[in-house]
Each structure stands twice: as structure tokens, then as C-alpha cells.
Design a protein. Structure first.
Ligand code: HEM
Length: 464
């Protein structure tokens, strides 16, 4: 049912107003629903939807929120009304202030958001890795040699974080700042937990470990500014990477990209890509190893993919349908963005419920991922759901791993290739096994949901 700012149940002055009463969750004093959320946010939102419907009020650490969820909410995000009624600004304002910036891509809305997306679209696009798939494979192999020694138990999320930083740094920014990975990680963890998702108290930002890490990220940003400035008039527009585009915008349109916003924009790829891709690739490592039939199919595909020694770029994803099915299925069951956080820009009615201007919302776009109405046996890891004629993900609003609406992941097509190449190479090169065959994945929720940091796999040997 389409929602609207006017709302189908909000009527003209001569008609009666028929609004539904919005249910409210009675949580613990101050904590509210924080414990349920901290345990398993995806399942918490599904349970809320099942029990209360598409709109429910809740509180978290003393703050009130409205949860809107389900296909209704996912679809709403992409409508004109959704764009008009929801904004991202407040959720990113803490990060913006922490960097002394005026704005970020993620926290802008409307025209200025569009301007920033235009500046960064090409740099974040799949085009930026065109012709460079073999380079990504080399970076990936290098990381196996460094972080995945034969015979060892490898902490997967951490090893993936190093690999992803190496890949994104090289491809998007021209340099792989491996010596800064821990600093980037600590900084992002604190900022996302405390200032964006607000799951942790503010005093954590006073910890010396955070202050030191953030100072190092600023140092990295300043170095990137210096390098990009030096490249500016030597690089042809068609050869520019993301960093060059951001610097060009700063020099040519300082109103769009003022000096104060450079560091947060230049280190943006790490904020956007590090935890998202590392958590997702770690989860895929688990799901594929957990299902030997899937692993066998993936092995057949990747052995054929790399049989010639180099990789053919055209239609990569189509040539590895089982692996691609495993990736999509993992992103359904282990979404890193369980909900998007927004503020109501004005009063509006959603599914018959009054939402007031200024209210903070969780938009539970991943709720449909777990619903049997759209996915037969949703708990089952079934990599063939995505192939035609089933194509279960194509029903409107049911599958949103990359978000919905104007802030939909700008790096989506890049991330898809990055993840596919990483996983293809991992299963091609390494002979891996879970700690025990009946091992069940433990997960973490902060700052981004994903496998727990102590998830390890054993490297039995090299396959190739
Ligand atoms: C598993 C991989 C990834 C997933 C699941 C993912 C998911 C998401 C989601 C859900 C959002 C929307 C957040 C919101 O609406 O508040 C988003 C935004 C964004 N993502 Fe990704 N992402 C991934 C990887 C990447 C990568 C590798 C990059 C680029 C390096 C990237 C760049 C961005 C950017 C720039 C935005 C902000 C877009 C905007 O605000 O207009 N993402 N991503």
C-alpha cells in the first residue's frame, strides 16, 4: 500500500480524520529496547513487525523513535513522498561536527545531496575498477600471503578488513594505507557507535585510544589532500579517481566542497566500504563453508573462472551464478544495514499512522528479508532463489541489502564486483574449513552487524 505525505487516511477539513493508534513498546527504564536491539537487531525488527505491524514506537537509551518496517517502508523510501518526508541529516551531524566539517554525502538531503553524489558518482562507480580486475586479484593474493598462513586459524573479519582497505585504497584513492587500518577501524567504530547509531555513550570519545587513532586518520587525510592537490593540474579529467574528483570539486566549486569537508570526504571510502565489505565477505566465508554442496559448486565455478590465469571482465557475475547466489543469499540473511535511520522532515501519515515532524525513525528495510510471504523457507540458505524463474528478490520492496531511496549505496556495483572477485579468489586459492563442522556463527552488532571478531577459519592448504 503506497504511503504518502498527505496520507490516504488524512482527509480534507470537511471529512473526519481516520488515523490508527500507533502501538508502543514498553521497554526497560532508560534502556528502552536497547537490549533486544543489541542482541540481534534484524530479528528484533522482524518480531516488532510481526507483533505490532508496520509502525511502532519504541525508545532507546532515553530517546524516542518510530520504527517503520516491511515492504511498505522499503517501497516508501524510494517514492517522491518518502524523499520529501525523510531526511538523513541528524544522524550524521555528530560525525560532521567531529571532523569540523559542514556536511557529508550521507548526511545531506535534497539538492546539496544530489550535488555531492554527482561529484562522487564516477569515482565510486564500477567504471573505476574497469580494466583493473587482475590488479584486485593480485592485491587479494598478496593479502592471502600476508594474513592467511597455511596451518593457521585466521580471524576472518580482521583479515578481510586489511584486504578491503588494501583494495579500496589502491583502486579508489591510488594508495593502500595499510599502516592506518587499525586507526581507521578504531575511529570508524567509535564514531559509528557513539555519534551515528548512538548505541554507545559519549564518554568513549574521550578515550586516548580513540583520540590517537582519529589524529592518525586526520594525518592520513591531510596527506591525501597534499597528494591530490599536487596531482590536480597534471591529471586529465578522464583519468581522475575519486580523490581527484573531490579535489577538483574543491578547487573549482569550493561552495560544494569547502576545505573543511575534505578530510571527511576523502576518507569516506573507508567509512563506507571497510566494515560493510569486510563483514559481508566474512559472512560469505562462513555460509559457503557451512554448506559443503554450495562449496563444491563454487569450487567448480571458480576453477573454471581462473583456468586461464587471467580474468575476463565482461559479465563476471553472470559467469559465477552459484557464488553470486551465495553472496546474495548471505546479504539477505546477514544484512549489514538492518535499518536506515532518518528524521521526519514534516508531519506525515504512513500506513494510517501519524508521524510528526522531527521524530526520529528507523526504517526497517531488511524485515522482508526474513518473511516467508516473500521467501519460501526464509531460514534456509538457498542459493538458487535468485535465478529465473524464481527470482524471489525481484518482488517490490523485499530485498534491500544496499538500502533504498536517495541514499542507496553509491558503491553498490563496485562492491558487487569487489565482493565477487574476493570470494572467487578466496575459494580458488585457499583450502579452508570451519573450526568444527558443526560450528555456528556468532555475530556482533556494533557498529555494523556481522560475524563476531573471533570467527576463525583454518587454512588447511593451498588449492592452487
Ligand atoms: C557489502 C557491501 C556494502 C553494503 C551492503 C553497503 C550498503 C550501503 C547502504 C545500506 C547504504 C545506505 C545507507 C543509508 O541509506 O543511510 C550505503 C551507502 C553508501 N555506500 Fe555502501 N555498502 C557496501 C559497500 C560500499 C562500498 C565498497 C562503497 C565504496 C567504497 C560504498 C559506498 C557508499 C556510499 C558513498 C554511500 C552513501 C550514499 C549516499 O549517502 O548518498 N558502499 N551503502
Amino acid at each position: 500500500m503506497p504511503a504518502s505525505c498527505q496520507g490516504r487516511n488524512v482527509t480534507t477539513a470537511t471529512q473526519t480524520l481516520e488515523l490508527r493508534e500507533t502501538p508502543a513498546i514498553r521497554g526497560l527504564p532508560y534502556l528502552g529496547s536497547a537490549l533486544g536491539m543489541a542482541k540481534d537487531p534484524a530479528q528484533f525488527f522482524v518480531q516488532c513487525y510481526r507483533k505490532y505491524g508496520p509502525v511502532v514506537r519504541l525508545s532507546m537509551l532515553g530517546k524516542p523513535y518510530v520504527l517503520i518496517a516491511g515492504v511498505e517502508a522499503a517501497t516508501f523510501m524510494g517514492t517522491r513522498e518518502g524523499k520529501d518526508c525523510l531526511r538523513s541529516k541528524e544522524f550524521w551531524s555528530g560525525l560532521v561536527a567531529e571532523y569540523g566539517a559542514t556536511r557529508t554525502l550521507t548526511g545531506e538531503d535534497g539538492e546539496t545531496h544530489k550535488q555531492l553524489r554527482d561529484v562522487m558518482r564516477s569515482g565510486y562507480s564500477k567504471e573505476s575498477i574497469k580494466g583493473r580486475y587482475n590488479e584486485i586479484v593480485d592485491i587479494t593474493d598478496r593479502s592471502f600471503e600476508r594474513d592467511w598462513p597455511i596451518g593457521s586459524m585466521v580471524p576472518v573479519v580482521q583479515a578481510m578488513q586489511y584486504m578491503v582497505t588494501d583494495q579500496l585504497g589502491t583502486i579508489l584513492t591510488g594508495a593502500a594505507p595499510l599502516e592506518y587500518v587499525q586507526d581507521i577501524r578504531i575511529t570508524i567504530l567509535h564514531i559509528l557507535n557513539v555519534l551515528v547509531t548512538r548505541q554507545r555513550p559519549k564518554f568513549l570519545l574521550k578515550r586516548p585510544v580513540y583520540k590517537k587513532a582519529k589524529a592518525r586518520v586526520v594525518e592520513l587525510g591531510e596527506q591525501m589532500i597534499k597528494d591530490a592537490r599536487a596531482r590536480y593540474d597534471k591529471t586529465a579529467p578522464e583519468d581522475r579517481n575519486l580523490i581527484d574528483d573531490i579535489m577538483a570539486a574543491h578547487i573549482e566549486h569550493p561552495d560544494v566542497m569547502p576545505a573543511s569537508d575534505l578530510i571527511v570526504s576523502l576518507t569516506g571510502p573507508y567509512v563506507a566500504g571497510l566494515d560493510t565489505v569486510a563483514n559481508t565477505t566474512a559472512a560469505i566465508t562462513y555460509t559457503v563453508l557451512k554448506h559443503p554442496d554450495v562449496l563444491r559448486r563454487v569450487h567448480e565455478e571458480v576453477d573454471a573462472l581462473f583456468a586461464d590465469g587471467t580474468i575476463e571482465e565482461a559479465d563476471l557475475l553472470k559467469r559465477i551464478p552459484s557464488l553470486q547466489g551465495a553472496i546474495m543469499e548471505t546479504m539477505r540473511l546477514y544484512p549489514i544495514a538492518v535499518a536506515q535511520m532518518r528524521t521526519a522532515t514534516r508531519d506525515f501519515v504512513f500506513e494510517g499512522h501519524q508521524i510528526r515532524e522531527g521524530e526520529m525513525l528507523y526504517v526497517g528495510t531488511s524485515v522482508p528479508h526474513f518473511m516467508s510471504e516473500y521467501w519460501p523457507h526464509p531460514e534456509k540458505f538457498d542459493i538458487d532463489r535468485y535465478a529465473k524463474p524464481r527470482a524471489e528478490h525481484l518482488k517490490p520492496g523485499v530485498y534491500s541489502p544496499f538500502g533504498r531511496g536517495p541514499h542507496t549505496c553509491l558503491g553498490k556495483s563496485l562492491a558487487e564486483v569487489q565482493i565477487a572477485l574476493t570470494m572467487a579468489r578466496l575459494f580458488y586459492k585457499l583450502d579452508l574449513e570451519l573450526e568444527t563442522p558443526d560450528y555456528t556463527l556468532k555475530t556482533k552488532t556494533a557498529p555494523t552487524p556481522g560475524p563476531a571478531m573471533d570467527f576463525k577459519v583454518r587454512v588447511k592448504g593451498l588449492r592452487h
